[in-house]
Design a protein around this ligand. Structure first.
Ligand SMILES: [Fe+2]
Length: 381
């Protein structure tokens, strides 16, 4: 019996345990359902988390990408800042440069203002000048018109001159013919003149035949001295005429006094001395191309004032008269005279030489001595 009771107890126990197990199974089923539900929720959540995780990963990747971009952008900004600083420094320098340039510009502007004023002034001056030029231009136009008018007049005048020139050429040809005739006549007159001079000389020599040839020789010696002193042909011609006529005044002196041998009395000598002035009187109205009458008047004057008739001295005596005086003495001393024999050219030249600067002009004496002593000149026959 015990055993059965044990079995019933055991059985009950087992029943109870079964019930407990069924209860537990139900509870487990519920719990399982719950767990399934929870698992589904968890799976769902996990799926959502996966999605969320992917989203986060994506977002992280985006953020990393963005961060990298920001790093790059930051570096870029740093670089840009450095550039900006550099640029700022450059701008500061450029600014100073601009300030300096502005000052320069201001200075230049001031200068330009001054220059502008100057230009304005110049413009005014130019305008003024332009106005003057307009006036001057009008004046020139007027003058040109006048010149044109004058040119036309000159053309007419030129034609007139050409005509006159033709007339002059014609006249010149006629004058050349006339001149030739005059030259011939002049030579004839010149020949006649010399014949008259010779006649006058001859008349003088007829009063004093012992001095025959004296005037001609004096004339030639005077011409030679004049040539030595540089006188030209015309001056030499005057000396020749004066030489021929220098004693023409002796025509008034009695022949017996002129030809008297021996020493003359003072009165006789005084009479002879008048021949200088008388010669002047004879010749003074003859219109020679030389001062013949004055030369004749002065041919016995002496360089130191001791001559006659006026006692002239030095530069007051005509140059030609000084030459005639020297030639007169040279010829007279070297020739024969009624009251003495010829003294010779040596004595004549010594007389001249000793009288240099006193009786005779030194230049004339020098020329005379050179002629005879150095150039071989001799008194003409
Ligand atoms: Fe004389």
């Amino acid at each position: 019996m015990v055993f059965k009771s044990q079995l019933v107890s055991l059985n009950q126990e087992l029943l109870f345990q079964n019930e407990e197990k069924v209860k537990r199974a139900a509870e487990l089923a519920i719990a399982n359902t719950e767990l399934l539900f929870q698992n589904e929720e968890k799976a769902k959540r996990a799926a959502e988390l996966v999605i969320a995780n992917k989203e986060l990963l994506f977002q992280n990747a985006e953020k990393d990408k963005r961060a990298a971009e920001l790093v790059i952008a930051n570096a870029e900004l740093l670089f840009q800042n450095a550039e900006k600083d550099k640029r700022s420094a450059e701008l500061a320098i450029a600014n100073e440069e601009l300030l300096f340039q502005n000052e320069e510009k201001a200075k230049r502007a001031a200068e330009l203002v001054i220059a502008n004023k100057e230009l304005l002034f110049q413009d005014e001056e130019k305008a003024k000048r332009a106005a003057e030029l307009v006036i001057a231009n009008k004046e020139l136009l007027f003058q040109n018109a006048e010149k044109d008018k004058r040119a036309a007049e000159l053309v007419i005048a030129n034609k007139e001159l050409l005509f006159q020139n033709a007339e002059k050429a014609k006249r010149a040809a006629e004058l050349a013919v006339a001149n030739e005739e005059i030259s011939i006549q002049l030579k004839e007159i010149e020949g006649a003149f010399w014949r008259i001079v010779e006649v006058a000389t001859l008349l003088t020599e007829m009063r004093d035949p012992y001095t025959s040839g004296h005037e001609r020789r004096v004339a030639e010696i005077a011409v030679a001295i004049g040539a030595e002193l540089g006188c030209d042909a015309r001056q030499q011609e005057g000396l020749r005429v004066a030489g021929y006529l220098h004693d023409i005044g002796k025509i008034t002196v009695p022949s017996e006094i002129l030809t008297k041998p021996g020493k003359l009395k003072p009165a006789e000598y005084a009479l002879i001395k008048t021949h200088a002035h008388d010669g002047y009187e004879v010749l003074k109205n003859v219109n020679f191309p030389w001062q013949i009458a004055e030369i004749v008047l002065q041919h016995h004057e002496r360089h130191d004032g001791t001559g006659y008739p006026q006692g002239l001295k030095g530069e007051d005596i005509l140059f030609e008269a000084k030459i005639i005086a020297a030639a007169d003495v040279v010829e007279a001393m070297s020739s024969h005279r009624p009251y003495r024999a010829a003294l010779g050219i040596g004595a004549a030249l010594t007389e001249i030489e000793l009288g240099s600067g006193t009786k005779f002009d030194p230049a004339v004496v020098g020329a005379c001595l050179r002629l005879f002593r150095e150039r071989g000149y001799s008194v003409p026959a």
